[in-house]
Design a binder for this molecule. Structure first.
Ligand code: PEP
Ligand code: MG
Length: 539
């Protein structure tokens, strides 16, 4: 924190870029009011009614929000529909516990479980559960379940904020979100980015007071009751940001990007079919990475062949003749999947993940390969394997895939073997790149950096050691690009480095001419290429 005559400034971490200037509103989750317990039957009935009311409210929120937000809320609905879970709570009411006490203790137990998870994704779910706990308790205590209305355009400050509370706030007049804790990988951060709401997390302790606030999502600062000078500097930064965005969107519509006279292909990364609805996605040269493991974590367990085929086919239809690279399941590491990944590994990031796991569980892998082989006849499909260490793994995957195709054809089902490539994200693979008989390579800089620096990518305490522009990282990228150039094999990069304008010049200088970025970064990356080609630098 920095103090000044008037106006206190706090620094956190960026979760979503953008600027907000508005009333400072502190909203801390929690439940209010007391409740007098009734007889056993009354208590059970009260809880049932509160659960029904909460379900109705969440369903309404989901219907209004749609897309990813609705998927997040599904998690809460799933718990409210989980009769096994509810039965234990009703049993404790049957033994004399008050409805709110029984509900709270069951939810607190679940929240503690999720909070202790090492995986950031599961951790982030604990705030969804805390929100659900408070919503039902507020209804039981005679409240409406919803938080008080927040004036439009506010800088909302909370310890942490669950997605459902975020969705209840009217962001149509702008505003921003400042969290004392929180994480840039949480669901609420994902929603803020998708809606262009600036968000800063991990701000630490902040006084309850403050009338107005300035939130700078780029510089990751929050300024309370700013003085005239703070306000002037803030407005200047905001204006630069606004102009830069406007020109980026204009450049996005241009047909191609080029640098030093060479065409740069810009593709996008997706995790779900719905992400193709992003307004900028249409300007991409194709899909450079579809992370299919997110199909596995949705409700309903492992998806069957038909469900997978429909998802892959929908992406191919969207792309028309543009290339679509679908990556086979990269489960394990920070992406555990119940019933698929191996429990209790001491070092999951160094364990049986990615292609290693798929080869170890052919009964699951074959279903995905069948769906992919059927989709391959319907568009410009390429398939890539993640976490490949040795050429034998690629060959084992290819053999299994070829058998799957033969089998489908024997069954009279249209199918073909698509082009097969690999992710280059294990240093050994990058160093011995020429030994892989792959049709294409895609560099996974997130994992490549984690393994080069021996730093768990989800451990925030090590973040300062992981420098994507370190010569060790650039050396392996350049070697891979050089091998591709010499042998005529296409090489792209689909890790987060590609979406970061600060890394662009180094990547182009390493020899890369194909990048796969997040759809929300497409405009800015195209603009940066434009600036670099005109010699203007990053601006
Ligand atoms: C990577 O490792 O850079 C990558 C693109 O894959 P993921 O982030 O899904 O591990
Ligand atoms: Mg990876």
């Amino acid at each position: 924190m920095q103090g000044s005559a008037a106006g206190l400034a706090y620094r956190g971490r960026t979760a979503s870029i953008g600027f907000a200037h508005g009333p400072f509103v502190r909203v801390d989750a929690g439940t209010h009011g007391e409740r007098v317990a009734g007889a056993l039957a009354e208590e059970a009935l009260a809880l049932r009614k509160a659960i029904d009311a909460a379900s109705g409210q969440i369903a309404e929120l989901a219907a209004v929000a749609g897309g990813e937000a609705a998927q997040i809320l599904e998690f809460q609905v799933a718990l409210l529909e989980d009769e096994d879970f509810l039965q234990a709570i009703f049993a404790s009411i049957g033994q004399g516990a008050a409805a709110d006490v029984a509900w709270r203790s069951a939810l607190d137990e679940q929240i503690a479980d999720y909070e202790s998870a090492e995986d950031e994704y599961l951790k982030a779910r604990s705030s969804d559960l805390a929100d659900l706990r408070d919503r039902v308790i507020n209804i039981l205590r005679g409240g409406e379940g919803q938080a008080p209305k927040i004036p439009g355009g506010s800088v909302v400050c909370a310890d942490d904020l669950p997605p459902s509370r975020f969705l209840e706030i009217d962001w149509s007049a702008g505003g921003g979100l400042a969290l004392l804790r929180g994480s840039p990988t949480s669901h609420v951060a994902m929603l803020a980015r998708a809606r262009g709401i600036p968000m800063v997390v991990q701000l630490g302790a902040i006084p309850e007071v403050g009338v107005t606030a300035l939130l700078d999502g780029e510089g990751a600062t929050l300024e309370l009751d700013p003085n005239a000078e703070q306000l002037r500097l803030f407005e200047k930064r905001r204006e630069i940001h606004r102009k830069s965005r406007a020109s980026a969107r204009a450049i996005l519509r241009r047909p191609t990007a080029s640098w030093r006279g060479e065409r740069i292909k810009l593709l996008i990364n997706i995790q779900r079919v719905e992400e193709l609805d992003h307004a900028d996605a249409q300007y991409a040269d194709g899909i450079g990475l579809m992370r299919t493991e997110f199909l596995l974590t949705d409700r309903g367990g492992l998806p069957d062949e038909e469900t997978q085929f429909r998802a892959y086919d929908a992406v191919l239809r969207w792309a028309e003749r543009r290339p679509v690279t679908i990556r086979t399941f990269d489960a394990g590491g920070d992406k555990p999947v119940p019933g698929f990944t191996i429990d209790g590994e001491a070092n999951p990031f160094l364990g049986v993940r990615g292609l290693r796991l798929c080869l170890a569980r052919p009964e699951i892998f074959i279903i995905q390969l069948r769906a992919l082989a059927r989709a391959a006849v319907r568009g410009n499909l390429k398939v890539m394997f993640p976490m490949v260490t040795a050429p034998d793994e690629l060959e084992a995957g290819r053999k299994l895939f070829a058998e799957v195709v033969q089998r489908l054809q024997a069954e009279g089902i249209a199918a073909m073997l698509p082009e097969l490539g690999i992710m280059v994200e294990v240093p050994a693979a990058a160093l011995a790149i020429a030994s892989f008989k792959a049709a294409f390579f895609s560099i996974g800089s997130n994992d490549l950096a984690q393994y080069i620096f021996a730093c768990d990518r989800s451990n925030g305490a090590l973040a300062s050691l992981v420098n994507p522009l370190h010569p060790a990282v650039l050396e392996l990228i350049a070697r891979t690009a050089e091998h591709g150039r010499r042998s005529g094999i296409s090489v792209s990069l689909c890790g987060d480095m590609a979406s970061d304008p600060r890394c662009l010049s180094a990547l182009l200088n390493c020899g890369l001419r194909e990048l796969s970025v997040n759809a929300s970064a497409l405009a800015q990356i195209k603009q940066t290429i434009d600036r670099l080609s005109s010699g203007a630098g990053l601006g």
